[in-house]
Design a protein around this ligand. Structure first.
Ligand code: TPP
Length: 544
């Protein structure tokens, strides 16, 4: 079998239904093999868009997704997605064209050493020089991306190799190692819980999905333990529950931090306890937390890497919580007060008060109206920037939602991820929050949306500044505005040139009426919010 055809058979065996790509002459044979394969080839307009779409798909499904890019320039354009996937533990397979084997190491046109380039971010970089070994290497790549701490794997494809013969074309998948609930350790966890007055479950992204979120809800209820979710994972637990203790990250308020710090036992589960999940390694504190720490993760690598746990457990987080939740313990009488303390700090933060700006629409008010009017199972995708502070704080997410955000804060992630979300689950509304900075990084993927029938709903906060950086700037160098002002195109006209219906929202408009029309629109749409720069973020105004 031709190597390129074998690769496509292997992708199919691994459940790949679509690949995101910008084509290149370096992998024509693979494009040819995809021609009548049944796999959808989603043609993107920039490799960062293609990579981000694959990252978003992997976040939605929990399984590896595939982006394909050309050698050299294509690979370097896609590198932002590889970094994102590494920081966020997302299983991404990046297929990259490579020069022919006979030309390697001559510094020929667009040649690159992918091991050196991606070496510090990818979990593995393999140059597939031997077609006969594809039956071994392809399942190995998928397994590596999806096991333990998930992450990106880069496969370099010398263009001549793709024409070689695979003499024994066995299409294999390698099963992931089965992890159990570590039943022998449940009693130890229960004993520590019995000793604790103010226990806290810190729930991370690996609990995303039905099994994880249901087990979390049941366990927290059964043991009466409040739950704080980690950065960009607030969809793993019902934010309206009385046990919800907010989420950790950049927007955690002082009141929430002070309340959470009173915990005397933290059960961190399904999180690597990185930054910003651990509030920059202060909760739990590195290297020795102020409280007892139980850390549970499906891989030993993050356990005790920076923060010392009293009990470190390698287990499947969903199974572990399901098993733990079959127990009941008599909580001390102080427990209800503790629940009220952490939940109270969170409800105080969730409450929306407008600073009543006069220079544009309050984006906070727009977010609150969107959260009220959008369907309960909305997929929320986020770019990076101040505009995300409002949905993080004021959109009470539940496991019916799906939050697809960039843990590593990559601008440009929002629009492509909404396109991928819509392609993967067309029946659901996919809403993207993005600023006037981020939208021009990858907003061209609206062309991809139109081409492939995706219907993302883009919510643009157009405040005329790189707001987040302006925030830092005002704090560090007040009044000295440098490098953060934006001169924008007319985004309403811009969107409509793609065939995307635009809904302008200006000061004085009826916010709910415009949002209703925006959400009711059947196709891809842009809500163009002429937002206030004064109301800088959910954390404060520009002068403040
Ligand atoms: C790819 C990338 N480049 C630069 C940054 C640094 N950065 C973080 S937020 C931000 C500004 C975002 O501006 P905008 O999209 O207008 O949103 P706002 O903060 O104004 O809501 C910048 C430049 C980044 N996170 N990612």
């Amino acid at each position: 079998m031709r190597a390129a055809d074998f690769m496509v058979e292997s992708l199919k065996a691994h459940g790949i239904k679509r690949v995101y790509c910008v084509p290149g002459e370096s992998y024509l044979a693979l494009l040819d093999a995809l021609y009548d394969s049944g796999i959808d080839v989603i043609i993107c307009r920039h490799e960062s868009g293609a990579g981000f779409m694959a990252v978003a798909e992997a976040k939605m499904t929990g399984r590896p997704a595939v982006a394909m890019v050309s050698r050299g320039p294509g690979a370097t354009n896609a590198s932002i997605a590889v970094h994102q996937a590494e920081q966020d533990a997302v299983p991404l397979i990046l297929l990259v064209g490579q020069v022919a084997r006979e030309e390697r190491y001559r510094h020929v046109f667009q040649e690159m050493d992918y091991s050196a380039f991606f070496g510090s971010t990818a979990k593995g970089v393999f140059e597939l020089t031997d077609a006969p070994r594809l039956p071994e290497m392809l399942p190995r790549a998928f397994r590596l991306a999806a096991e333990g701490v998930k992450g990106p794997v880069v496969l370099s494809l010398p263009e001549d190799m793709l024409h070689d013969d695979v003499p024994h074309p066995q299409v294999l998948t390698y099963p992931l190692p089965e992890l159990d609930a570590a039943p022998a350790l449940i009693d130890e966890v229960l004993a520590m819980l019995k000793q604790a007055e103010r226990p806290l479950i810190m729930a991370g992204s690996t609990l995303r999905g039905k099994a994880g979120s249901e087990a979390l809800e049941h366990c927290a209820d059964a043991l009466r333990v409040p739950v704080v979710t980690t950065w960009k994972s607030q969809d793993v637990f019902d934010n309206t529950s009385e046990l919800y203790a907010g989420h950790t990250g950049f927007g955690t308020t002082k009141g929430q931090r002070e309340a959470l710090a009173q915990a005397d036992l933290i059960i961190a589960i399904g999180t690597r306890l990185g930054d910003p999940a651990s509030l920059a390694f202060t909760l739990p504190e590195a290297p020795q937390p102020k409280q007892k720490l139980i850390h549970i993760y499906p891989d030993s690598q993050p356990l005790g890497r920076v923060i010392r746990a009293d009990l470190a457990i390698v287990a499947d987080p969903a199974k572990f919580l399901a098993a733990l939740g079959t127990n009941t313990i008599v909580a001390p009488s102080t427990r209800e007060k503790w629940i009220k303390t952490v939940h109270g700090a969170t409800t105080a933060a969730q409450e929306f008060k407008s600073p009543n700006p006069t220079d544009g629409v309050d984006f906070g008010a727009v977010t609150v109206a969107l959260s009220k009017l959008a369907p309960a199972n909305t997929v929320i995708t986020m770019d990076a920037g101040n505009m995300t502070t409002w949905p993080h704080r004021h959109w009470k997410m539940t496991p019916n939602n799906l939050l697809i955000g960039a843990v590593a804060g990559a601008m440009g992630f929002g629009v492509p991820s909404a396109v991928a979300a819509s392609l993967n689950d067309p029946a659901r509304t996919a809403i993207c929050f993005v600023g006037d900075g981020g939208i021009l990084m990858t907003g061209n993927e609206l062309a991809t949306a139109i081409a492939f029938g995706a219907t993302p709903k883009i919510v643009l906060s157009n405040n005329g500044i790189y707001g987040t950086i302006r925030t830092h700037q005002e704090r560090a160098y007040p009044g000295r505005v440098s490098g953060t002002k934006l001169v924008n195109p007319d985004f309403t006209a811009w969107a409509e040139t793609f065939g995307v219906k635009a809904f302008p929202l200006n000061m004085g408009d009826d916010i709910e009426a415009v949002i209703k029309a925006f959400l009711d629109h059947k196709g891809a749409a842009l809500l163009h919010v002429q937002s206030s720069a004064f109301a800088l973020s959910a954390n404060g105004t520009l002068p403040a």
